[in-house]
Design a protein around this ligand. Structure first.
Ligand SMILES: Nc1ncnc2c1ncn2[C@@H]1O[C@H](COP(=O)(O)OP(=O)(O)OP(=O)(O)O)[C@@H](O)[C@H]1O
Ligand code: NI
Length: 375
């Protein structure tokens, strides 16, 4: 097996706010294998964008008191600003949540794409530095041709016209395709897609997702896919990391997560997937904790239908359900998922059948106890 392309270990990210220090990301661990598409899933405000911006070195106002971000064997947190700039956009690329704010409104699509292509010839510079000097090399016609080709690859039917257009002249779906084209121009090894498509209607979103899926498959790009929707994550990813309030509460290969979800938050999210029958999901009651004063034990306890006193007293370190499948919950037992996590001792508790399947609440199903009761 090859080395993972990205390993995030014990990542902490804080912000200074008027109310005090917001401890938003609290000890996050996840790994992305070469060529794999992993998802980071959680509700709004749980820290998905903060996590990925810290991977890209795009959080100037944050502090990272602890953690490692190991990309191709190198800890990004030990690199200088200029070394990070040099990688960003070239080896690593990001499709942002909001196409309107990530495209420059005063430049045409073509101008923005050609700038990216020219910049690629300048490996020691950040895009901003490069734009300042505008060192020109290569021929304008070649860049134009490459950009137009890329626009056809994202299935834009009038690429020449879109090349000459300003972002505001395009539909939302078109802008999202342009952003995908820009992100793939540099043929990145690693792509972060932060909810591409959420601003779009469902049909357009589906098309954009299918397209992205195809493009990364062809290129064998490793992808971290950000979404609040487990249904979308299931469609696009091989592995799912479920995030709640700045922590990974459960992580598993996609099929395992759906077959045998352990964390009550994962189960809540599963119930939140809209069904064809009702069109709406159930949602999870309550709201995220205050990041400036988060619970020191389980951050989900206040919303958890199964919380016990221990959940408010002891920190729920991740435990192994199976190899590659971890959950951070006191309600089941299992060996520590990571070496530094040593705080075990909870008994296996039956939390009943998976709620989204349950017909008989309080039955003696041991779906959860089973998975977790390893010695
Ligand atoms: N620069 C910042 N300064 C202070 N707090 C911040 C900053 N950026 C993000 N936060 C806080 O971090 C928390 C997580 O935000 P984040 O944008 O990562 O959520 P998200 O999971 O991406 O949500 P969404 O699905 O809405 O995009 C929020 O409470 C947010 O207010
Ligand atoms: Ni976000």
């Amino acid at each position: 097996m090859s080395d993972p392309i990205l390993e995030v270990r014990n990542l902490h990210v804080n912000f200074d706010t008027h109310e005090g220090t917001a401890e938003v990301i609290n000890g996050v661990d996840f790994t992305i294998e070469q060529g794999e598409t992993a998802a980071l899933v959680g509700e709004t405000g749980c820290g998905k964008s903060v996590t990925v911006k810290s991977l890209m070195g795009l959080l100037p106002s944050a502090t990272i008191p602890e953690g490692e971000i190991i990309y191709k064997g190198q800890n990004m947190l030990e690199l200088s600003e200029s070394e990070i700039h040099a990688r960003r956009g070239r080896e690593m690329s990001m499709i942002m949540q909001d196409p309107m704010t990530s495209l420059n409104p005063v430049l045409t699509v073509g101008e923005q794409m050609v700038d990216v292509l020219k910049w690629q010839g300048q490996p020691r510079m950040s895009l901003t530095e490069w734009l300042r000097d505008k060192l020109k090399s290569g021929s304008e016609a070649e860049y134009r041709q490459r950009a137009v080709e890329m626009l056809s690859e994202v299935e834009i039917s009038a690429p020449e016209r879109v090349f000459e257009s300003y972002p505001v002249e395009l539909s939302g779906g078109m802008r999202q395709r342009v952003l995908i084209a820009i992100a793939l121009l540099s043929e990145p090894d690693f792509l972060i897609a932060d909810e591409p498509g959420t601003a779009l209607d469902v049909t357009t979103e589906e098309k954009v997702l299918d397209l992205l899926d195809e493009l990364v498959e062809e290129r064998d790009t490793s992808v971290l896919y950000i979404t609040h929707d487990l249904g979308v994550a299931r469609e696009v990813s091989d592995y799912i990391n479920v995030m709640y309030a700045g922590e990974i509460v459960e992580q598993a290969p996609t099929a395992d997560l759906f077959a045998d979800p352990h964390h009550p938050y994962t189960r809540g999210l599963l119930r939140s997937i809209p069904t064809l029958a009702t069109g709406i999901g159930e949602g999870i009651e309550g709201h995220l904790p205050d990041y400036t004063d988060p619970p020191r034990a389980c951050r989900f306890a206040d919303r958890c239908p199964h919380a016990e006193p221990e959940c408010r007293e002891t920190y729920p370190y991740p435990r192994e359900v199976e190899s590659d499948h971890n959950a951070a919950c006191h309600l089941f037992d299992g060996p520590p998922a990571h070496e530094r996590h040593v705080d075990l001792g909870a008994e296996t508790v039956d939390i009943g059948p998976p709620p989204w399947e349950a017909t008989d609440a309080g039955s003696e199903s041991d779906a959860v106890a089973d998975g977790g009761s390893q010695t």
